[in-house]
Design a protein around this ligand. Structure first.
Ligand SMILES: CC(C)(COP(=O)(O)OP(=O)(O)OC[C@H]1O[C@@H](n2cnc3c(N)ncnc32)[C@H](O)[C@@H]1OP(=O)(O)O)[C@@H](O)C(=O)NCCC(=O)NCCS
Length: 391
């Protein structure tokens, strides 16, 4: 019989702007961000010792330079036990979610009771696609101009008929909600303050996300340039911004958590992966979520709370509409504390981060909610979705 996996805890660094002069974490390395969340997990959960972890799964999309096998190297650099194995997973943006699924499935099969799963991406020190050498045959199958993320978002906006007006509303509410959640202290439980640097170069403890805009303006968003296509529709406001961040969850077999007297709110009920045409990679969650719901014998109406990563406004809106989850912002049950347009999107980290935030929202704002869904798209047409149920 399959065992149950529960979320005992989840923490993340604040998300910093990946900018050489303005970024709060511009002097930090990705392994340091990772260590900050490992340390916080053990500090907050004294019943669990590092040596008792079965394995550590860490998602990271661009694994070169300082992110080469970052799960292993950050674990060792942080002084954690050598005998605990690690696995750094690359599935582009869904990497962090894939890390969670690896741990949850291992728990379900009885291959261990306590795992860490998380993700990290430093889009300043390791640029998107840095050192990537795609096979030339790929370009016989696909137009190379259509494969980068921005152009895929343009194509989705065109094919799924997502208007700039609807994207403005989505971006507007993403920032408003993120700012409200931040000001109400709702992220405080999941955020681990990490030392960073102001734009002026003063050291300070960063305890909030850098990209949230307090002066978000619909008028300004209506006149921004479209960097990915001449006369296109996708602007920086409708794109998740370049970000530095890390997160990790403590996942445990339910009976083990009970035996240790640890509390939890959500139980893992399943995950699904789906592939799609990489030139419209943003619509990947449609099939991943459909597969998952069908397998679990549920419909969109059964889902109470959704975290759908806002890689781009066009793809998020296309997915939410096709799935019958939402029509337009402000959303009724999706991204209630804002999404990646405002919070940032450290690629391989976000799939785990949205599960942490889903857990926080369901615990704090929607304690009666039964089912929570988290899903995201990924470069080259990978998408993942996970389903969680109130314990
Ligand atoms: C869109 C993109 C190219 C813009 O990058 P960039 O040129 O470095 O620009 P920035 O993000 O710094 O934004 C440009 C300016 O617009 C501003 N801006 C961004 N969003 C804004 C908004 N909603 N309203 C007003 N101004 C905004 C920024 O603050 C910045 O101005 P500043 O330097 O004065 O602060 C980049 O964010 C990107 O590629 N995003 C997608 C990343 C991606 O593909 N992720 C994977 C998804 S699958």
């Amino acid at each position: 019989m399959l065992k149950e996996c529960v979320i005992v805890d989840g923490v993340r660094t604040p998300n910093g702007r990946a900018h050489a002069e303005k970024g709060w974490f511009r002097k930090r390395a990705p392994d340091e961000l990772m260590t900050a969340v490992f340390d916080a997990l053990f500090e907050r959960n004294k019943a669990v010792k590092p040596g008792e972890i079965e394995a550590v799964f860490i998602g990271c999309a661009n694994q070169s330079g300082p992110q080469h096998d970052i799960g292993r190297l950050a674990w060792l650099a942080g002084g954690y036990p050598e005998e605990i194995p690690t696995n750094t997973i690359c599935q582009q943006c869904p990497s962090g979610m894939s890390a969670i699924e690896h741990a949850a499935r291992a728990i379900a099969c009885g291959e261990g009771e306590i795992f860490i799963a998380g993700g990290v991406e430093d889009m300043l020190n390791v640029k998107m696609g840095q050192n990537m050498e795609p096979p030339m045959r790929l370009y016989e199958r696909y137009n190379p101009m259509e494969l980068p993320m921005g152009p895929t978002a343009e194509k989705v906006a065109e094919q799924w008929k997502v208007s700039p007006e609807d994207m403005i509303e989505m971006a507007y509410h993403s920032h408003i909600r993120a700012a409200e959640a931040r000001d109400a202290g709702k992220f405080d439980d999941e955020i681990v303050p990490v030392e960073g640097m102001t734009e002026e170069g003063e050291k300070f403890m960063v305890d909030r996300d850098q990209w949230i805009r307090d002066n978000i303006s619909r008028e300004r968003m209506a006149t921004m340039p479209t960097p990915f296509k001449e006369n296109g529709v996708i602007t920086a406001a409708f794109s998740s911004p370049l970000t530095q961040g890390a997160c990790a969850l403590l996942l445990m077999e339910r009976k083990k958590a009970d035996a240790l007297g640890l509390s939890y709110h959500l139980v893992y009920r399943g995950g699904a992966m789906a592939g799609c045409d990489p030139t419209v990679m943003g619509i990947g969650p449609i099939n991943a979520v459909r597969k998952l719901l069908e397998r679990c014998n549920l419909t969109a109406d059964d889902i109470d709370v959704v975290e759908l990563n806002e890689a781009f406004a066009s793809q998020s809106l296309a997915c939410l509409r096709e799935l019958g989850l939402e029509d337009n912002a402000p959303f009724k049950k999706t991204n209630l504390w804002g999404g990646a347009l405002a919070l940032g999107h450290p690629l391989g980290e976000s799939g785990a981060r949205i599960v942490i935030t889903l857990n926080s929202i369901m615990k704090r704002d929607r304690p009666e909610a039964r089912y929570g869904l988290a899903a995201l798209c990924g470069g080259f047409g990978n998408a993942n979705a996970t389903l969680w149920e109130k314990a």
